[in-house]
Design a binder for this molecule. Structure first.
Ligand SMILES: Cc1cc2nc3c(=O)[nH]c(=O)nc-3n(C[C@H](O)[C@H](O)[C@H](O)COP(=O)(O)OP(=O)(O)OC[C@H]3O[C@@H](n4cnc5c(N)ncnc54)[C@H](O)[C@@H]3O)c2cc1C
Length: 481
């Protein structure tokens, strides 16, 4: 590994966090001949969700979403492919069967990213926590510390967002936890927000009773890679009652849970109504049981976790229950009566800045243009979105280091739509977003057919993306691959 001593010469770009966004950003700088210092605090200091010291660890699901042509996640990945994304390339090399989605063997993925980054001569890795960021000075900084940014750096980001000078902050208690927590309250006037989201449980494959389940993909789209646990109305009722009665992990006072709507814990969904789960993670539509020819009352889907296919995760079953309670309740699911749990569901912090208030479309801070943000912390949600913003921040940071004019990706592209959202959404109620067609601009002509409309939006996006890539030299760099 290219570890250096603290006294070594400074590289022009400093990237904080060797997660999904940080690794991609570092790689993009190196591809342009720009030296990088990449800081990663693990294993010296860890986060509540990471389990290894590897870079680019996927902390929850192993899915990089749909790979079906002309879907929004596909479009984003296609642009990343055209821009020579390292992490996407590695993801494809260690893909596991997942129907129409791109899912990876998480261990191989993280190991291969760590290896590729460590072998790159222009990237120097430093295993230490960064707690201060200079807004002026020669070095360009990309902050890519993710949803679990360390408290000390979060305090520093709060200072930078609030426009306090470093001297003022060092004379006050910049890392005082109570003050930090106050800063994190989701108030419209505060640029530094926070809340929590969750991890879904994983079971050992050979502990699943395969006689009670069936393999299928929803609407038979892609190959039948998912294990489906069907429930009758009576079984669903028992499961539902047990779930509602189960004990949750206690939350501390300052941890008032403020869930991300698309990542709600199952017990929270259940509390919203008896049938809500059947329209959410337990929806049976498109999942006919081949043994009966009928659609079950409810279904729990399990997705393969690794290439060996010896573990499966319960799709969308993130929860905040005590571990013992999880084992008891989840074993009521047909097929999981004797399930052995490799990991239980959990809940964790999610830190992000108020992009619309703080960032330009090039992901530079408006107030401090030599500081860029990438990944979940800049206000996107999801693995692929984090990698994509890391890719863009890497291109822009390298451009700054090389003294080039920075050009943001075009609005019609998926890249441009993501950064447009992050920088133009309503700052008062800003929430991180996944890539969806809602973020892309509407077509000039109204097209009623949804599939055709999406196909045309993708066609336009890629055309504009290619023009931008050509004009900015992105295509040239990608062509070197
Ligand atoms: C519990 C949880 C579950 C999630 N599940 C999913 C999911 O299933 N699917 C999905 O698409 N997205 C999920 N996400 C959201 C998001 O996609 C991931 O968190 C993703 O890893 C974000 O990428 P990133 O590069 O922004 O951050 P990360 O991948 O977390 O990388 C940030 C890195 O910065 C390091 N770091 C933090 N502070 C410092 C510091 N001060 N100095 C140096 N290094 C530091 C961390 O150790 C880490 O390695 C989840 C998030 C959380 C928190």
């Amino acid at each position: 590994m290219n570890e250096i001593s603290v006294n070594d010469r400074q590289a022009p770009v400093r990237i904080v966090g060797a997660g999904l966004a940080g690794c991609e950003a570092a790689w993009q700088c190196a591809r342009r001949g720009v030296e990088v210092e990449l800081f990663e605090m693990r294993p010296v200091r860890t986060t509540p969700a990471h389990q290894t010291a590897d870079f680019a660890e996927l902390v929850c699901s192993n899915s990089l979403k749909s790979d079906s042509e002309n879907t929004a996640p596909w479009l984003l990945k296609e642009e990343m492919r055209r821009a020579d994304s390292l992490l996407l390339r590695i993801a494809r090399e260690c893909a596991v069967p997942a129907g129409h989605a791109l899912a990876v063997d998480r261990v191989t993925f993280a190991a291969n990213v760590t290896e590729a980054i460590s072998r790159e001569g222009l990237i120097r890795v430093r295993r230490e926590e960064v707690s201060s960021v200079a807004e002026a000075g020669a070095q360009i900084t990309v902050i890519a510390t993710g949803p679990l940014t360390s408290d000390r750096l979060a305090g520093e980001i709060a200072r930078l967002s609030a426009g306090t000078s470093a001297a003022e902050a060092s004379s006050s208690s910049a890392i005082d936890i109570a003050a930090l927590e106050a800063l994190r309250q989701p108030k419209a006037s505060n640029p530094h927000l926070y809340f929590y989201d969750s991890i879904s449980p994983i079971v050992e494959a050979d502990s699943i009773d395969m006689s009670r389940v069936y393999m299928a993909a929803r609407y038979d789209k892609g190959s039948a890679d998912y294990i489906n646990c069907p429930m009758t109305a009576e079984e669903y009722g028992q499961f539902y009652d047990a779930l509602l009665a189960a004990q949750s992990v206690e939350e501390r006072d300052w941890e008032k849970l403020n869930y991300f709507e698309s990542c709600l814990p199952i017990e929270e969904i259940a509390r919203r109504g008896r049938d809500t789960l059947r329209f959410g993670p337990m929806k049976p539509v498109g999942l006919k049981d081949p043994r009966t020819g009928r659609m079950p009352y409810a279904v729990v889907q399990l997705r393969q976790e690794n290439l060996r296919a010896d573990s499966y995760n319960l799709v969308g079953f993130q929860n905040h229950l005590k571990f013992g309670e999880q084992a008891r309740v989840l074993r009521l699911i047909p097929g999981l009566e004797n399930a052995r749990f490799l990991r239980y569901g959990q809940i964790h912090r999610n830190t992000y800045i108020n992009g619309p208030a703080l960032l330009r479309e090039t992901l530079q801070m408006k107030a401090h243009p030599r500081i860029l943000f990438a990944g979940q912390i800049c206000g996107v949600e999801g693995y692929v979105e984090s990698i994509a913003t890391g890719l863009m921040a890497g291109i822009h940071a390298a451009g700054l280091a090389l003294g080039r004019e920075l050009v943001a990706p075009p609005r019609a592209s998926a890249f441009g739509s993501l950064t447009h959202y992050v920088t133009h959404a309503d700052a008062k109620s800003f929430q991180p977003a996944n890539i969806t067609f809602d973020l892309l601009p509407a077509l000039e002509k109204k097209i009623r057919d949804r599939k055709e409309r999406h196909r045309l939006q993708c066609e336009l996006a890629l055309r504009q993306f290619d023009e931008w890539a050509e004009r900015t030299g992105v295509a040239l760099v990608a062509g070197k691959a």
